[in-house]
Design a protein around this ligand. Structure first.
Ligand SMILES: [Zn+2]
Length: 162
């Protein structure tokens, strides 16, 4: 199967993302600066995800703030079914709990290691893959993904956190 998606000028495979809208644009574009930027409620003083026009907790005004981009694998699954042409299988879909705020979890692929090596509790940091949207083929868009850091095996022995 060689159903590769569109590629960027230097041959990198481009990820496809949904339409970018006002309340999530900062999330999809922050990768240009290598930063994981998430919606932040100015009233609660807390990040949340996914993006929304108002805070899901208090309906307060939303801005975007940079996170540190590091965290741990909270849970994950390995997908072996090829649903999308832009993602070779198998790939890991994980929920990452970020260090910036307890309970702040974002979805993302874990890359840079074999799917079998991904463990709950594993330390990861954000990196970015160039992306394209059908509406904005030339947009400067990026998909946040996560790569293992240091030992990459995590402190806990696997299945502890549920
Ligand atoms: Zn709020």
């Amino acid at each position: 199967m060689t159903t590769d998606g569109p590629t960027s000028g230097d041959g990198l495979r481009l990820r496809s993302i949904p339409s970018v809208v006002d309340n999530d644009r900062a999330y999809w574009t922050a990768g240009a600066g290598g930063v994981l930027r998430l919606p932040f409620c100015e009233s609660c003083g807390r990040w949340f995800f996914p993006p929304a026009d108002t805070c899901p907790a208090c309906s307060g005004p939303v801005g975007f703030r940079d996170t540190g981009g590091t965290g741990t694998v909270y849970t994950f699954t390995v997908n072996v079914q090829r649903y999308r042409p832009d993602l070779p299988t198998p790939y890991v879909i994980a929920l990452i709990e970020l260090d910036d705020q307890a309970g702040l979890r974002v979805p993302g692929n874990v890359v840079g290691c074999e799917p079998d090596d991904v463990k709950i509790g594993m330390r990861v940091e954000v990196s970015f893959e160039p992306a394209t949207s059908r509406d904005e083929p030339d947009g400067d868009l990026f998909v946040p993904v996560f790569t293992p850091t240091d030992s990459g095996t995590g402190a806990e022995s696997g299945e502890g956190r549920r």
